[in-house]
Design a protein around this ligand. Structure first.
Ligand code: NDP
Length: 241
C-alpha cells in the first residue's frame, strides 16, 4: 500500500498502536499529522518521523475540535487514541465513565466531524478508521466503562458509514484483542487474567501493534474501496472461540 502524497491524521499517535501506525504510514510515504497528549511523545514523533505533531487532551471537547481543525486538510483519519480504567461494574464511578466516553467515544466523533466537513466542502473523497476493541462485542469483567465507550464508538462508525459514504467517505472499525502496548500492561498485567484471555485466542498469542496497523492501513486504502461500516476483529480468532 502506497500512501505517497497522502496526509493522514492519527490520534493517540504517541504510543502503542498509534505510534506503529505512524511508523508504517511514514515508511509508505504518507505525511502524518499526529494528535497526542504527552510532550515527550510529541518531540519523539517530530524527531523520528518528521511528522506534524499537535498536543491535545482529547478529553477536552473544545480543545479537541480546535486541534482537529488545525490538523486539516487531510486525506484520511485514524481515530486510535483510547484510554481505560479498571473498575468492577458495581464500583464504576460516574467520573471514570465520563472520562472514558470523552476520550474513546466523543473525541472520535468531534475529529471525524471536522475531517468530513472539510472533505465535503472541497468535494474530496476519504476514509476513516476507528480503533475500537473486542471489548465492544463481549463483556469483560472490570471493563464496564471501557466496553460501553467502545460500543458507543461502533454505533458512531455505523452511522458515519451510512451518512458519509454518499459523499465518498468510508468509515470502518478495527477491533484488536489484547495488543502488547502500554495500555495492555495497565489492563492485563494480572497473569491469571492474561492466561484466561490467551486460552481463548486460537492463534496462541496476543497481538503486536503491527498486526493492527496493517489492517488499519488496508481499510484506509483503495484496495478496500467497497468496505464500509464493518467492525473487523483483529483477534487471532478470539471471537469464534
Ligand atoms: P496506549 O495506551 O499504548 O497508547 C494510547 C495513546 O493514546 C497514547 O499515545 C496516549 O497518549 C493517547 N491518549 C490517551 N488518552 C489521550 C487523551 N486524553 N488525549 C490525547 N491523547 C491520548 O494504547 P494502545 O496503543 O494499546 O491503544 C490504542 C487503541 O487501541 C485504543 O483506542 C485502545 O482502546 C485500542 N485497543 C487496545 C488494546 C490493547 O490491548 N492494547 C486492545 C483493544 C483495543 P498519553 O500516553 O500521552 O496519554
Amino acid at each position: 500500500m502506497d500512501f505517497r502524497g497522502k496526509r493522514v491524521i492519527v490520534t493517540g499517535a504517541g504510543k502503542g498502536i498509534g505510534r506503529e501506525i505512524v511508523r508504517m504510514l511514514s515508511e509508505r510515504g504518507a505525511q502524518v499529522v499526529a494528535l497526542t497528549r504527552s510532550a515527550a511523545d510529541i518531540e519523539a514523533l517530530r524527531g523520528e518521523f518528521g511528522c506534524r505533531a499537535l498536543q491535545v487532551d482529547l478529553a477536552d471537547a473544545d480543545a479537541t475540535r480546535e486541534a482537529a481543525i488545525a490538523a486539516l486538510p487531510a486525506d484520511f483519519l485514524i481515530n486510535c487514541a483510547g484510554t481505560t480504567e479498571l473498575q468492577p461494574f458495581l464500583e464504576t464511578t460516574v467520573e471514570a465513565f465520563d472520562r472514558l466516553v470523552a476520550v474513546n467515544t466523543r473525541a472520535p466523533m468531534i475529529v471525524a466531524q471536522e475531517y468530513a466537513r472539510s472533505l465535503i466542502k472541497e468535494d474530496r473523497k476519504g476514509a476513516i478508521v476507528n480503533v475500537s476493541s473486542v471489548a465492544s462485542f463481549v463483556g469483560i469483567p472490570d471493563h464496564a466503562a471501557y466496553c460501553a465507550s467502545k460500543g458507543g464508538l461502533d454505533g458512531l462508525t455505523r452511522v458515519m458509514a451510512k451518512e458519509l459514504a454518499p459523499h465518498g467517505i468510508r468509515a470502518n472499525g478495527v477491533h484488536p484483542t489484547v495488543t502488547l502496548t502500554p495500555m495492555a500492561v495497565k489492563a492485563w498485567s494480572d497473569p491469571e487474567k492474561a492466561a484466561g484471555m490467551m486460552k481463548r485466542i486460537p492463534v496462541g498469542r496476543f497481538a503486536e501493534p503491527a498486526d493492527i496497523a496493517e489492517v488499519v492501513l488496508f481499510l484506509l486504502s483503495d484496495q478496500a474501496a467497497m468496505v464500509n461500516g464493518i467492525s473487523m476483529p483483529v483477534d487471532g480468532g478470539y471471537m469464534i472461540a
